[in-house]
Design a protein around this ligand. Structure first.
Ligand code: ZN
Length: 158
């Protein structure tokens, strides 16, 4: 039998690999066409800036595509890339639930179900309070894009 401590180490390494891979080679960087929602978010504590664009269906109820642009650390940008991937085909209601879920994961009391398990690679960030803002930035930005588009999101006061 394998040593569980070793397995945990491997899983952690794997998660770090995914984060770095998404940071270096994002799959969802860019701008949607058309742009149905645009939202900018800024995290002053780290300097992360994200511009999020969404393409919605005609009823404005389902997210067809999400893309992001901007500059930031590996945690902020990998979170954006993983979020953009997970949002495809989700309803606005489902997206808002995912925001709650992600913030719960950053508090250490939630894990995404199998369908959304890729997002769990960021779970370890919950143990680093300084980086939680980085991981949450794009999710804050998404909430504003869906609920009150236009204003620049800043999580300075968080
Ligand atoms: Zn950051």
């Amino acid at each position: 039998m394998t040593n569980s401590g070793t397995n945990l180490g491997n899983v952690r390494d794997l998660y770090q690999q995914v984060i770095l891979e998404r940071y270096k080679k994002p799959k969802f960087k860019g701008v949607t066409d058309p742009i149905d929602r645009y939202q900018k978010g800024h995290n002053p504590s780290c300097g992360d800036t994200i511009e999020l664009t969404l393409q919605l269906d005609e009823a404005q109820a389902t997210i067809i595509a999400a893309k992001f642009d901007g500059e930031g650390c590996a945690i902020a940008l990998s979170s954006a890339d993983l979020m953009a991937e997970a949002l495809r085909g989700k309803t606005v209601t489902e997206a808002l639930e995912m925001i709650e879920g992600f913030q719960g994961m950053m508090r250490g009391d939630f894990e995404f179900p199998h369908e959304l398990r890729k997002l769990n690679v960021l779970k370890g960030v919950s143990q680093f309070p300084v980086r939680i803002k980085c991981a949450n930035l794009v999710w804050h930005t998404l909430r504003a894009a869906l609920q009150s588009p236009g204003a620049v999101v800043s999580n300075e006061a968080e």
